[in-house]
Design a protein around this ligand. Structure first.
Ligand code: SF4
Length: 266
């Protein structure tokens, strides 16, 4: 049944029917802040209903479906981060695609963007396979995690500022719960700004003037030693079809930026 009920057997579903549901921004702040582990955080993210417009959209898409996926069950819920809990690298995107992550239940999975980023992560040695097709396909990431700044598919791929801000505590806490994290790789300007906003909320030093996004841009977020020490922020053009079809982003460009991020992880 689309959307998928928590704990009903979807591969990798982190939630159960008893996972607490966040219904507004205050709930997100308190439930994210109180999550003591990534599995708990992921479970709470995956049942969140704090943004009425996004909940309505993700579930409408899940019920109506695209014709080519008409026989499939759509996840239709928030899409959590994926990967290694000891990751040194966090790849950050914008939000799940309506018929990609919102269908498969896995970030960057089921659309062309995912084909690009997982192939690149495989070439860089972070992924055990070059593709991510569905939630039970055996994909594993080592040394890396991948997540979206906003966890629900937005209409037009454009969350509102209020939705972005409501979702932000999930990202903040995910970063807190990655003790070995050294590098944030922002795919696109939205993710870049989301990473800078996390740094400001956490009180970490950010360079002035404000670091500008660009492909290969980098800056140091001055995270205190007690929180894990300085964190590198690296920018990459997003792996959207708009960029990959037009040649604005090529495979060598993506490989190069991943190599840069990998080098900063050491
Ligand atoms: Fe919850 Fe984030 Fe989805 Fe809003 S976008 S409903 S805060 S998971």
């Amino acid at each position: 049944m689309s959307p998928v009920r928590p704990g009903s057997g979807w591969p990798g579903d982190p939630a159960t029917a008893r996972t607490p549901v966040s219904r507004d921004a205050e709930d997100v702040v308190s439930r994210a802040g109180a999550a003591r582990s990534l599995p708990v955080l992921d479970a709470r993210v995956s049942v969140c209903r704090a943004c009425p417009r996004l909940v309505a959209w993700r579930e409408l898409v899940a019920r109506t479906r695209r014709r080519s996926y008409a026989e499939e069950t759509y996840w239709g819920r928030p899409v959590t981060g994926l990967g290694d809990p000891t990751a040194q690298l966090l790849v950050l995107g914008l939000a799940p695609a309506a018929h990609g992550g919102n269908r498969t239940g896995r970030v960057f999975t089921g659309d062309r963007s995912g084909d690009w980023i997982f192939a690149a992560l495989h070439r860089a040695g972070y992924a055990n396979q070059p593709h991510s097709v569905h939630a039970g396909d055996g994909l594993e990431l080592t040394g890396a995690r991948i997540a979206a700044a906003v966890r629900c598919a937005p209409p037009g791929n454009a969350p509102t500022p209020a939705e972005r801000d409501t979702c932000a505590p999930w990202l903040d806490r995910e970063i807190d719960l990655l003790p070995d994290l050294r590098v944030l790789l922002a795919l696109g300007g939205f993710a870049w700004e989301a990473a800078l906003a996390t740094a400001r909320r956490r009180g970490w030093g950010v360079a002035r003037p404000r670091p500008k996004f660009g492909h290969g841009a980098r800056t140091l977020l001055d995270r205190p030693a007690a929180a894990g020490g300085p964190l590198h922020l690296v920018g990459s053009f997003h792996v959207s079809q708009q960029n990959t079809f037009t040649g604005r982003l090529t495979e060598p460009m993506l490989d190069e930026v991943l190599q840069l991020a990998h080098g900063l992880c050491r």
